[in-house]
Write a protein that binds this ligand. Structure first.
Ligand code: 5GP
Length: 170
């Protein structure tokens, strides 16, 4: 299996810098909780948090989704945050939003816990596959509906280590 580059390390770094500036402008005075959805988003979180600067707390959640058919897919929390969510501004940090079902579930959970606001930043967005209501608030790159790996994203735990995003070519 070979990996063909879709986004270079430089493209990711420069777009992450722009996203951080957008986020800083959008929140003005407040410092949202950066909520990373494990595991794929940890590389993006690390780079984004360093561009954002000090004062942004981070926390993690892990969810598992069960593939029945797409429409019967269920999502379940595997690891929960250690932060009290009520009254907080929360910024969900995602590596990739595909159907948007994982995100829709998380948005519901966080709002039910009384978050003041919940917004979403995702490095990658597959707009053609998206079935959710609202697009993510901050989007790095829109991608066609194809499977990608690297920069934290895996196929069976492989390829996360790549510094770029690529597609697998047999
Ligand atoms: P959604 O619920 O939006 O359909 O799926 C979101 C999750 O599916 C992502 O957080 C990611 O874990 C996984 N996923 C979706 N598309 C891709 C992809 O192209 N590559 C990889 N490695 N994971 C993906």
């Amino acid at each position: 299996m070979r990996v063909e580059t879709v986004l270079t390390e430089e493209q990711i770094a420069s777009r992450t810098r722009e996203l951080a500036q957008q986020i800083q402008r959008a929140y003005a005075e407040s410092r949202p909780l950066l909520l990373s959805v494990l595991k794929g988003s940890v590389f993006f979180l690390a780079d984004l948090a360093r561009e954002l600067g000090s004062g942004y707390p981070i926390d993690f959640m892990a969810v598992a989704s069960y593939d029945g058919t797409r429409s019967t897919r269920a999502v379940e929390i595997r690891l929960d945050v250690s932060t009290h969510i009520e009254g907080r501004d929360v910024l969900i940090v995602e590596d990739i939003v595909d159907s948007g079902l994982t995100l829709e579930y998380l948005l519901g959970v966080l709002k039910a816990r009384g978050a003041t606001s919940v917004r979403v930043v995702t490095l990658l967005f597959k707009s053609d596959a998206f079935q959710g209501r609202d697009r993510p608030d901050f989007i790095g790159f829109e991608l066609p509906n194809e499977f990608v790996v690297g920069y934290g994203m895996d196929l069976n735990e492989e390829w996360r280590n790549l510094k770029f995003v690529g597609r697998l070519v047999p």
